[in-house]
Design a protein around this ligand. Structure first.
Ligand SMILES: [Zn+2]
Length: 197
């Protein structure tokens, strides 16, 4: 068994099922730091001391432009406690409904969107920390009004340092779950053939 095959099998065993990956041509094997890789791929059981998790929450709040400024600090604190105490949406939905004075239904949509953003950002950070350069856009089902751009992007490979346009009307570039209601996901692409670097 060649080094590339061993590496592939090892990575496949380590990556979560969410992150099923694709291995490109292995003509030029670049080996990630295995210890770092192993630590980074432990499933998240975040705490307030987890800097990456806190950064993922900051990113989520930055992207959630639909939350009026005066509620941002309170909602952020609620997201931190809902994702670190394990109570999740049970705490977050009633908090958002009461502070923003919106219906439980709308609060649920917002809480879900924020949670998806946090997990999406966390995944993205972990992939980047591993040294991955590329990822694949995966459109997953997506309700009554999927973003047509995202359907068309599904299966395409992009680079972390050159994200695609996610809203053709505004020209905004970004990643899955950046837009409100986007349920798309990011799939790790392991490429041993970085001829374009
Ligand atoms: Zn989407």
């Amino acid at each position: 068994m060649g080094a590339a095959t061993l590496m592939f099998n090892w990575l496949r065993a380590k990556l979560t099922s969410e992150q099923v990956m694709d291995v490109g041509d292995s003509s030029d094997l670049t080996r990630p730091n295995l210890k770092q890789l192993s630590e980074s791929l432990t499933l998240p059981s975040p705490t307030r001391k987890d800097e990456l998790w806190m950064a993922a929450i900051d990113d989520a709040m930055r992207l959630a432009t639909y939350i009026p400024n005066q509620y941002v600090d309170g909602v952020k604190e609620a997201v931190i406690s809902s994702t670190t105490t394990g109570r999740g949406l049970a705490d977050l939905v009633p908090y958002i409904a009461s502070i923003m004075e919106i219906t439980p239904h709308n609060a649920h949509l917002i809480a879900l969107d924020l949670t998806r953003k946090v997990f999406g950002n966390s995944n993205k950070q972990r992939m980047e920390k591993l040294g991955l350069k590329k990822w694949r856009w995966l459109h997953t089902g997506g309700g009554n009004n999927p973003f047509s751009e995202h359907v068309a992007m599904s299966g395409k490979i992009y680079r972390f340092d050159d994200p695609p346009v996610i809203n053709s009307k505004t020209g905004q570039r970004g990643f899955p779950s950046d837009l409100l209601g986007c349920k798309c996901r990011m799939q790790a692409v392991i490429s041993f053939d970085d001829e374009d670097d």
